[in-house]
Ligand binder design. Structure first.
Ligand code: AMP
Length: 290
């Protein structure tokens, strides 16, 4: 049975999702899709609003995918706020929420893993073994189930977006992939479900990530081209806040391979530990026009 909260149809099983998507499609509605792991915040709601601008049917999935967690305590402590998620999804314009059990996503006999190649090897790929394979596999399955016209992903997870663009292109998956700008708190902190696990003092220290990225942005706008100088601008802030750093690295925006010089569209990406919480952030940088 499909449960309905206000305008939101909640599907718990693959069959219920199929029925809901089929109903939308046979009514001639175009379908937008926003995959999430729940604990919804304004960043997720922005993706849903973007989808709702262009599609009468908007599917949001809420599934904490075990296979993309390389750290058992990160998975165990990942926030779960389903009732509030349904409210927020509906308020932002979602019409269908897919909130499946693990067995629905990984039924007996499930055996395939997607591996996206070089773009998945640096940065997050190097620090979280198996993460991108797990993410790509579940996103491919979700794209196949939802059959959306367009799926929306945040640039907050820039490398994730690049990995998805790679396998969607390679496997000729017929859903268009749309990136959406990072949504930040007023003080600059990139919104993240993990932020709710930050202790009050750590919440302040977490600002070092965005502060460092914005400092690098100002340097790049002023003509700085050296990757070392831009990365150091981030590292200085992380060190000042005593945050252990996994990386603060300038990479090519398409390949995610490290670069020495900002001579094309790049991403300056950072990952650091704030107490027990690991946070990531990034900005896009292009050479200053002369
Ligand atoms: P998650 O629930 O963390 O897996 O994120 C689900 C989707 O929301 C992904 O496409 C993320 O990139 C996106 N997202 C998460 N945080 C933000 C943010 N602060 N701004 C924009 N998109 C975001």
């Amino acid at each position: 049975m499909l449960a309905t909260t206000s305008t939101l149809t909640v599907a718990r099983t693959v069959d219920e999702l199929r029925a809901a998507v089929d109903a939308a499609k046979s009514a001639g509605l175009s379908v937008g899709f926003v995959p999430t792991m729940g604990a919804l915040h304004e960043g997720h709601q922005t993706l849903v609003r973007e989808a709702a601008k262009d599609h009468a049917a908007v599917v949001i999935s809420i599934f904490v995918n075990p296979s993309q967690f390389n750290d058992a305590s990160d998975l165990e402590n990942y926030p779960r706020t389903e009732a509030a998620d349904f409210e927020r999804a509906a308020a932002a314009g979602a019409t269908i929420a897919f909130a499946p059990s693990c067995d629905e996503i990984y039924p007996a006999g499930f055996a395939t893993t997607i591996s996206a190649g070089a773009v998945a090897e640096q940065l997050e790929g190097a620090h979280r073994p198996g993460h991108f394979d797990g993410m790509a596999t579940v996103v491919a399955r979700l794209l196949g189930l939802v059959r959306a016209d367009v799926a929306y992903f945040g640039r907050k997870d820039a490398q994730q977006l690049a990995v998805i663009e790679q396998f969607v292109r390679d496997l000729v998956i017929p859903t268009r992939i749309q990136g959406v700008e990072t949504v930040r708190e007023a003080d600059g902190l990139a919104m993240s479900s993990r932020n709710m696990r930050l202790a009050q003092a750590d919440r302040q220290r977490a600002l070092a990530l965005s502060r460092g990225l914005f400092a690098a942005q100002r340097l790049a706008d002023g003509g700085e081209h050296s990757a070392r100088a831009l990365e150091t601008a981030v590292q200085v802030e992380l060190d000042a806040a005593a945050l252990p750093t996994d990386y603060a690295t300038l990479v090519d925006a398409a390949t995610f391979l490290p670069v020495d010089v900002l001579d094309r569209e790049c991403v300056l990406a950072v990952a650091a530990h704030v107490g027990p919480v690991r946070l990531i952030d990034n900005i896009r940088l292009a050479p200053a026009s002369v």
